[in-house]
Design a binder for this molecule. Structure first.
Ligand SMILES: Cc1cc2nc3c(=O)[nH]c(=O)nc-3n(C[C@H](O)[C@H](O)[C@H](O)COP(=O)(O)O)c2cc1C
Length: 329
């Protein structure tokens, strides 16, 4: 009997496939359908502080007849209302399904992180994912200052809640391995999600406009995550889990990520494109592969091909296309 279960953030998951934070879980019907189709856990769409600020700014600018007191009231109301809706979503989801429900927040103001985290814990979420991807586009901010934001946030959230915590970061860091290792050593988080996929701009050359680039990932996008899961899974604190995301569209890629040392994966694009049934299809591929390779549980092969400084340094650290390795002149 094949056992696909795994442990993530101290939560027992029935298999390693988690639905990534997105609009895929924006209704109870959708959440139920994801559970029926084998999702092991669901990360809810992030609560974006930036969006709430924008919403209140929009409403305030519509009505300039009142003074700042009224504006404060409107912006406070919108904030409370958005948070209130989010907390209701957590409570409703917890009632509707048995799988873990992981909340997600994306804040820009340091005070909001702890306040929101506490309320999310009270609402009954099983864990909290903090999306703290910072685009390093501010040329006045040093790498150390950018990293300090991450450390400050996880320290303050950890101090305010007992919930299992995961942090979702981007791969933009001058010293990614050191950053991830140090985050794990703080023991302020239980899991690290690699990597957040950014919204990307593109240029429409006919209409001379900045437009949105592809929203969904492609399987080729997974290679970067695979390299880093491999490099990082053996160097972080053993109590911290790595979850792989971006470009995971099939069961074979889930197996690769587990071999590289991931505890679980998060998927969004493939479900948008092929429906919730794609989760069951991925599970079947994993089961079939485990059967052919005589594995009964994920722990028997997890991390088997992770970066090992004595064995396979070249495979994961090589970055130049030399003729010998690229195979193409
Ligand atoms: C339509 C859409 C909405 C998303 N919304 C969020 C979000 O609110 N918060 C977040 O942390 N990630 C969000 N993501 C990123 C996903 O959680 C995931 O990390 C990313 O899409 C990579 O996985 P994939 O390649 O399977 O799509 C979103 C992705 C998509 C496609």
């Amino acid at each position: 009997m094949i056992d696909l279960s795994t442990n993530y953030l101290g939560l027992k998951l029935r298999n390693p496939i988690i639905v990534a934070s997105s609009g895929l879980s924006n209704s109870i019907e959708k959440i139920k359908k994801l559970e029926e189709n084998g999702a092991a856990a669901i990360v809810l769409k992030s609560l974006f502080e930036e969006q709430i600020h924008a919403e209140s700014a929009h409403n305030i600018s519509k009505d300039v007849t009142y003074g700042s007191e009224v504006n404060d009231y409107i912006s406070g109301y919108i904030k409370d209302n958005s948070l209130g809706n989010y907390l209701k979503q957590i409570k409703d989801a917890k009632k509707a399904v048995d799988i873990p429900i992981i909340a997600s927040i994306n804040c820009i103001d340091n005070n909001q992180w702890t306040e929101w985290a506490k309320k999310i814990e009270e609402a009954g979420a099983d864990a909290l994912e903090i999306n703290i991807s910072v685009l390093p586009s501010d040329h006045n901010r040093s790498a150390a200052d950018a990293e300090k934001i991450i450390f400050d946030v996880i320290e303050s959230v950890r101090a305010s809640v007992k919930l299992p915590l995961a942090i979702k970061i981007s791969s933009y860091s001058a010293s990614l391995a050191n950053l991830v290792k140090t985050i794990s050593w703080t023991r302020n988080v239980d899991g690290i999600v690699l990597f957040n996929r950014f919204y990307n701009p593109d240029i429409d050359i006919e209409n001379m406009k900045i437009v949105s680039s592809h929203v969904f990932s492609t399987p080729a996008d997974n290679i970067n995550t695979l390299r880093w899961v491999s490099i990082l899974s053996n160097i972080i604190d053993e109590n911290v889990d790595i979850v792989a995301t971006t470009g995971i569209h099939d069961g074979q890629t889930v197996i690769k990520q587990l071999l590289a040392g991931a505890t679980a994966v998060q998927v969004a694009s493939v479900i948008y494109q092929k429906g919730p049934e794609s989760i069951l299809a991925m599970q079947r591929v994993i089961e079939d592969w485990m059967e052919r390779h005589n594995y009964k549980s994920i722990s028997q092969f997890k991390g088997k091909l992770a970066f090992d400084k004595d064995k396979n340094t070249i495979a994961f650290e090589r970055i130049q296309f030399m003729k010998h390795f690229g195979g193409i002149e």
